[in-house]
Design a protein around this ligand. Structure first.
Ligand code: G6P
Length: 736
């Protein structure tokens, strides 16, 4: 309500009250005035009678003196004693009236009743009484004092009435405001309770008369809350939590073994320690699972200040600002790290699996370091709980499933391979391919992003191991145990948090990019598998062939430095800078440059603002297991405004088939797809984006982890029936 309206209402209320009070008291005044008049005349008559009795009481000789003395009484003007032959007049009336005056005669003829008349300029009342049988006494009274008294009484009455009315008004108002405030306070308390997720209880300070209202209100809100929970339960963290907490899992804990830690403590040049979020698709995918379910993430402690921020067992609660799960850091020597991570994992398996035409390097020292590091992580996992559900992640830990299986036969282990699995011929290049496959088959469940990679894996084990592969059930029997192989396409959380278009517009302004310019955004680690040089070549081709786009198109490429101790990655960063400089030099004008390259780390929030600024997303890796950037971009287009250009060689292309699918090696085709995105009719753009959003919504990160966990639980239950556990589990022990 506006201030003006409030004042208007107040004035209206006061006017109504004044009118009603005036009406009531107008009527009362009338009645009261009549009564008062009657009372006054009776009063004056009584007064006259008293005077008469006092004057008549005594001998007739002293009458003159008594008349004189009594004439000084309050409200008495004077008296006339009309006795034939001996009339007396008080001095106060001398010369004004005598017994023959018409008024005196009229009074004597009125038979004791009071009549009015004038004495000089004033009104007076005349009352006559018999003086025995000698004559009559006419008493003349001044009525003004009685009238003054009547007026005073009426004034008091009117003022009192208004005072009472106003007080009542104030009391009512105060009461209404107080009870309004109480209702508001009670409502707020209830909303807080509902929001906190506790069972709703009626606050005791609510007054009795309000309780029925509060009860209704509470019931309605409780119903709404149940609805809300039911909706949320259908997908997302709640469902995942419910699965983990279900009887199926008993009291087993969730363990994730993944090399990259989600939070690194880094000491800066100024000596202060900062918490860093590594730019890794794996971190993006796994963290929501642990945040929803709790558990332990076993990772390499790679931050320069990591040791100072853990307990004696390398543990700390994360996220640091509001802990939800445990991060257990495993310490590696520099040699172990170099050999295991940089060498075997990233110079051997990474290029081997990606087939991005970067030759893999396999060294015996690296292999030994890889084995040692896998041992360390497996031991850490076993020490966290032999009866756990273990989710081993990625190509860094091919040997961990077997090592856990041997040390803790009751653990249920899965291995998810986040990068592509190539055909058997390619894998055959690795000198330790059998050991790698043997290590992986220690897992009960083996996951890849696509069915294509699953089939490649089945073909590979068939070729290199003595095992039985069942294509119908997608399972492998090896060394007396069975492993399931399944496709679990990883995804992002949903709804995906997005920045506002306003924030995007501000960023565009700060980069000096005009509102009518089409911005394509690329967000990648600076990795040769991401097709960044090929993307820049496509932009160059597009601008060379389409001059009308000069000043109207910009590629904003974020490239987070990664694995920089490997020469190939350092070389890539220099090549990127050179390529961007070349293209910008060729086409830039004084107020436009076609490519903005940002070679640095970005927070997730910064990345979201870049998505919000963009008109299209460019995700063109040469090969990728899934590529979560494609799904993040789709997730961030909450208004369905945005086009996605996606590599056919990213796992995401199998789900996001409404994107503009390109072969990243085909420079002309990528250039044509960018032009298509720029010129695409709005309706088509929205239809494509809506279709992709539906796809990501129905298969979020929670679906990925739910399916994986459910399969793992099912496999374990079956295994326990066929091969009873080697020793009682914690759950059984507790029950016994
Ligand atoms: C990408 C890959 C993951 C891999 C991760 C490692 O996200 O998709 O499979 O685990 O990179 O990155 P890092 O920086 O930890 O070497």
């Amino acid at each position: 309500m506006t201030k003006f309206a409030r004042i208007r209402d107040e004035i209206l209320a006061v006017t109504v009250v004044v009118a009603v009070v005036s009406l009531i008291f107008g009527g009362l005044y009338f009645v009261f005035d009549k009564a008062l008049s009657r009372w006054t005349s009776r009063d004056l008559q009584n007064h006259a009678e008293l005077i008469w009795r006092a004057a008549a009481n005594g001998p007739i000789d002293g009458l003159g003196d008594r008349i004189e003395a009594l004439s000084h009484t309050d409200a008495l003007v004077g008296m006339l004693a009309c006795i034939p032959g001996n009339s007396l007049v008080s001095t106060s009336l001398a010369d004004q009236i005598n017994c023959s005056s018409p008024l005196a005669r009229a009074a004597m003829a009125a038979d004791g009743k009071t009549i009015t008349g004038r004495i000089g300029a004033t009104n007076a009342l005349f009352t006559a009484h018999l003086l025995g049988d000698v004559g009559q006494l006419v008493i003349v009274q001044d009525p003004t004092f009685v009238e003054a008294r009547r007026e005073r009484m009426l004034q008091v009455l009117v003022l009192g009435a208004y005072a009472v009315a106003l007080s009542l008004l104030m009391l009512i108002r105060f009461g209404v405001i107080r009870s309004q405030r109480r209702v508001v306070r009670a409502t707020r308390d209830l909303l807080k309770l509902i929001d906190s997720g506790d069972d709703v209880a009626i606050p005791t300070e609510i007054a009795a008369e309000l309780r029925p209202l509060v009860t209704d209100f509470t019931d309605t809100l409780t119903r709404l809350r149940r609805h809300r929970i039911a909706e949320h339960d259908d997908s997302g963290p709640a469902r995942l939590r419910a699965l983990v907490n279900s009887a199926d899992l008993g009291d087993t804990s969730l363990l994730v073994v993944a090399n990259r830690e989600p939070y690194e403590h880094e000491r800066g040049d100024d000596g202060t320690v900062r918490v860093r979020r590594p730019p890794s698709g794996l971190v993006t995918g796994i963290e929501p699972v642990l945040r929803a379910c709790g558990g332990t993430w076993i990772a390499h402690g790679s931050g320069s200040a990591d040791r100072e921020h853990t307990d004696a067992h390398g543990r700390l609660a994360v996220p640091p600002e509001s802990p939800e799960y445990v991060l257990r850091r495993v310490w590696l020597t520099e040699e172990e790290y170099d050999g295991y991570y940089l060498g075997f994992a990233n110079e051997g398996l990474w290029p081997l699996c990606h087939i991005a035409h970067t030759r893999p390097t396999f060294r015996s020292d690296d292999w030994r370091a890889y084995q040692a590091a896998n041992e360390k992580f497996a031991q850490a996992a076993v020490s966290e709980g032999a009866d756990s559900l273990v989710l081993v992640q990625d190509y860094h830990f091919a040997l961990v499933p077997r090592l856990i299986r041997e040390a803790a036969p009751d653990a249920a282990v899965s291995l998810f391979w986040h990068i592509p699995w190539p055909n058997s011929e390619v894998i055959g290049i690795c000198p330790w391919r059998e050991q790698i496959l043997d290590g992986m088959l220690g897992a009960d469940v083996l996951g890849f992003h696509t069915r294509f990679h699953c089939l490649n894996f089945l073909e590979t084990v068939q070729r290199y191991l003595e095992c039985r592969v069942d294509l119908a059930t997608m399972s492998i029997e090896y060394r007396g145990r069975r492993s399931r192989v399944r496709a679990y396409p990883i995804s992002v959380e949903w709804p995906y948090p997005s920045a506002t278009r306003d924030a995007g517009a501000k960023l565009r302004q700060s980069l000096g990019i005009g509102r009518d310019v089409h911005v394509a955004v690329g967000v990648d680690r600076a990795d040769y598998t991401k097709g960044l040089l090929e993307r820049i070549a496509a932009v160059e081709t597009l601008l060379a062939s389409t001059p009308r786009l000069h000043g109207k198109f910009v590629l904003v490429q974020l490239a987070a430095p990664s694995r920089t101790r490997i020469k190939k990655y350092r070389d890539l960063m220099s090549e990127l800078e050179e390529a961007v400089t070349r293209v910008n030099r060729r086409f830039a004008t004084t107020n436009w440059k076609p490519i903005h390259l940002e070679l640095r780390n970005f927070t997730p929030e910064e990345v979201r603002v870049h998505y919000a600024m963009a008109n299209s997303g460019l995700v063109t890796p040469l090969h990728d297991g899934m590529n979560l950037v494609a799904k993040e971009y789709v997730g961030s287009c909450a208004d369905s405004e945005g086009a996605l250009i996606l590599s056919a060689f990213a796992g995401a292309a199998q789900e996001l088939d409404a994107a503009l699918i390109v072969n990243p090696y085909d420079t002309d085709a990528v250039a044509a797809a960018i032009l298509r995105a720029i010129e695409m009719p709005a309706a088509e753009r929205r239809a494509r984006m809506s279709a992709m959003r539906e796809q990501v919504a129905k298969s979020s990160i929670y679906d990925w982890s739910s399916k994986l966990l459910r399969d793992l639980v099912e496999v374990r239950a079956r295994r326990d029936r066929v091969w009873p556990r080697s020793r009682p589990s914690h759950a059984v022990e507790a029950a016994v």
